[in-house]
Design a protein. Structure first.
Length: 101
């Protein structure tokens, strides 16, 4: 292959890589400048639990206990979407509880 052909193909490869990188950056940005900021999600009206609400653990997590023995009150909602309960140690996620009807 001639030297000029090698240079042309090398230049095309670098150009294609640059176009691909720019395209990836533009796709990630999606034209919304505030998309990356994390707002106060605890204040959002569509949270699955709120302080004072009663939640019931799924029966698989506490076998042999009645529904009333598996029910606890939400004390605090954390920014991660997990909750702190009154009378239970630790943070708990939505998937640990029975669906609210």
């Amino acid at each position: 292959m001639k030297k000029s052909t090698k240079r042309l193909l090398g230049g095309l490869a670098i150009g294609a890589a640059a176009v691909g990188a720019i395209g990836a950056v533009l796709m990630n940005r999606d034209g919304k400048p505030g998309k990356r900021r994390r707002g106060n999600r605890a204040a959002a009206p569509n949270q699955w639990a709120r302080p004072g609400m009663k939640v019931t653990f799924r029966a698989e997590l506490m076998p042999g206990r009645d529904g009333s023995e598996r029910t606890y009150q939400v004390m605090n909602l954390l920014p991660s979407g997990r909750v702190l309960l009154d009378g239970v140690v630790g943070e708990h996620a939505q998937k640990e509880f029975e669906p609210v009807r």
